[in-house]
Design a protein around this ligand. Structure first.
Ligand code: ZN
Length: 314
């Protein structure tokens, strides 16, 4: 059975990019009569806020994104066992490089401490320099990546906090997740996560990356990923400004290949009518690969439904 998950991070309001990725995860599981889990990804306790989480739950309910089971939140979980297993296989090492050291090496960690035999510091995952990994994505197709090109990732920081990169893999394995759906900004790093899945002896999930959603161009013509900085365009503000769930879905669902649809239930019904079964009806490759470029009037508190337009070059 397909097991998908919605995994919000309670550090910022949900926006249209999150709605798109969550819809892809939900539809992909539901179209195959699969299960949907909810997991609160609050591994970064400093940035996680209870009131933001409550707001996110309201947003999910409003949009009709439901789940079968809520699994333990990250802040309640233990990752020592996974670290011990990786350590026993010689796949981890301590690193004492400073931020300044990392800046000097241009952002990608060059493996400075790999063979220093240090007894404390941040714990890093040892990647194989020569290894190529085939990433199969349901939207973006197949690509060969060299995980080591990202540098050995930190699994546990010097202050003892667990990195998101480790937590998300350990959680997905423990929760029995079979399909990981998330934003395309994480596509490249998937190869590193695949190596972690394998190192923990788990069968690799299927992957699907929803298109990146970019806000309007700034004065210099540059667009950035939709985020908190595009303040008026988060779901709660849109709801307050009179948007209905149907307005959100008519805008967002075409980005994952589901046009002219104004609810998730309607989408499932249409898949069944189109493909003979809902499972065959949801084909994420029908949508643009993105990124999705949004344009709307930024001088108003929140643009009206129908005044937000989008385009994509791919
Ligand atoms: Zn180091």
């Amino acid at each position: 059975m397909v097991v998908g998950r919605l995994a919000p991070t309670p550090s910022g309001h949900l926006h249209l990019g999150n709605a798109c990725a969550f819809a892809a995860a939900w539809l992909s599981a539901r179209a195959r009569a699969g299960r949907v889990l909810l997991r609160i990804e609050d591994i970064d306790r400093e940035r996680s806020r209870a009131e933001v989480e409550q707001g996110q739950r309201r947003d999910l309910a409003w949009l009709g994104l439901d789940w079968d089971e809520e699994t333990p939140r990250q802040s309640e979980r233990d990752y020592d066992d996974a670290l011990a297993r990786l350590g026993a296989r010689g796949m981890t090492y301590f690193c004492q490089c400073t931020r300044a050291d990392l800046r000097r090496s241009g952002g990608v960690y060059p493996g400075t401490c790999r063979d220093r035999g240090l007894a404390e510091g941040a714990l890093r995952f040892r990647l194989d320099d020569a290894q190529q990994v085939l990433v199969r994505d349901r939207r973006f197709g197949e690509r060969s990546e060299r995980p080591a090109s990202f540098g050995d990732p930190v699994l546990r920081r010097r202050d003892g906090t667990i990195s998101y990169n480790l937590a998300v893999v350990v959680d997905d394995i423990r929760d029995g997740v079979t399909e990981v759906v998330r934003g395309a900004d994480l596509l490249g790093f998937t190869s590193v996560q695949i190596v972690l899945w394998r190192a923990l002896d788990a069968p690799e999930p299927t992957w699907m990356h929803a298109p990146l959603v970019l806000g309007p161009a700034d004065a210099a013509g540059a667009r950035s990923k939709l985020s908190k900085s595009h303040g008026s365009m988060h779901l709660a503000a849109m709801r307050d400004a009179g948007w209905q769930p149907a307005d959100v879905w008519r805008l967002v669902l075409p980005w994952i290949g589901v046009p002219n649809t104004d609810s998730l239930g309607d989408a499932i019904a249409k898949f069944a009518a189109d493909g003979g079964s809902a499972a065959r009806g949801f084909d994420p490759q029908r949508g643009p690969r993105g990124p999705i470029e949004l344009d709307y009037d930024q001088s108003v508190a929140c643009p009206a439904p129908g005044s937000v337009v989008w385009r994509t070059s791919a």
